[in-house]
Write a protein that binds this ligand. Sequence first.
Ligand SMILES: Cc1ncc(COP(=O)(O)O)c(C=O)c1O
Length: 443
Amino acid sequence: MERIAASIGDRSPQGIAAAIGRLIGSGDIAAGERLPTVRDLARELGVSPGTVAEAWRMLTVVGAIEARGRAGTYALRTAGPAQRYRSLASGGGAFALDLSTGIPDPALLPELGPLLRRVGGKALSGSYLDRPVLPQLEELLVASWPFAPGGFTVVDGALDALSRVADLIVGFGDRVLIENPAFPPLIDLLERQGAELIALPLDSEGIVPSALINALQLRPSTLFLQPRAHNPTGISMSEQRARELAILLQDHQVTVVEDDHCGDISMAVDVSLGRYLDNRVIHIRSFSKSHGPDLRIAAVGGPVEVVDRLVERRLLGPGWTSRMVQSLLVELLTDPDSIDVVAQARRTYAGRQRELADALASCGLLLSAGDGINQWVPVVDERLALVRAAAAGIGVAPGSPFALSGLTGAHVRVTVGLISSGAEHVAECLAAAALPARPSHAV
Ligand SMILES: Cc1ncc(COP(=O)(O)O)c(C=O)c1O
């Protein structure tokens, strides 16, 4: 107790939370160690119990401590900030077919070779303070944006965009609405930001409106959603649903962040709440799935105040996204062959989704074909499903890192977009993996 109290200088709730957080982070308070009671620590520090209780609340929200009722409050295992994201790694699995990765099929990406020659041989820039976006790229993208964005820029991928936007608009303790299931690194980064996440269920058209109505009573600050080819479920929001959600949000001060991570390989249109809500929708479009994850480029369009602050903050970091990559993207978006390759990829992914859904149906597992590259497969037992799929040479991603509380049933995420042949065999293995364990004394 004295050791803990001695390390607390600032006796505000934030100061106490930060000091205890540092002690847990450094290992000075070990994982599993019982913390002093609120009353005892308050007495030792000469503050009110409410002040310590507030610090405890902040530490609970970020997962640093856990209250176990009468048993007391305990420090939790210190995890890296990307805990959920890391748990998706297949462990370098030597699978005959690795469907755990969530990446596009390399064979369906446009060739860069011929276009690279066109973008110029030297990596030059006029000044470090030049506008960060090439005018030609901005013109192309703004013309295809689902609404007229007040501000526009490009960053190093959709996750970079999500992280930078969250840094700017999500404060510690803010209530943030998020789809359930959701993209694990987004959950990681919002939790790290100290947000209290409110999970919204999905149906076949997107976020369920009645759940949004209930959640809005809690006065959330922000809503994060994926407008199409939702990872992991493959759900795309309908135009009708976008309108409905926008009407519900109309009278609430909620900023919407849309992560269009699949871009042009999605079969659905680029639907956005930004068509209906003025100046509070930030729309992100990634080119990773359509043109290649290693390009590391995504566009961000939304309220000028947010985008300007993002650009300003980025000036004290990477500064801009490589203009060579931007030029390459201009080529990719205007070259007729590349446009055809992406359109073909879109059709191929849709075909692979249908083929797997049909094959699974023949095995008794009824799922609708998803949009994009992923399918969310219900299983009886997640661990068992992973082991069984692995035994059949197939890697799939565990569903739990995507899940927030309230999601029913176990799942695995399958990157269907990588199944170029043998869908029937994959479906048989997945259906077998999804089943309950056989009793060992079965007759
Ligand atoms: C929903 C979602 N958002 C963002 C990303 C990250 O995309 P990027 O490669 O543009 O950073 C992914 C990657 O799979 C994703 O699935």
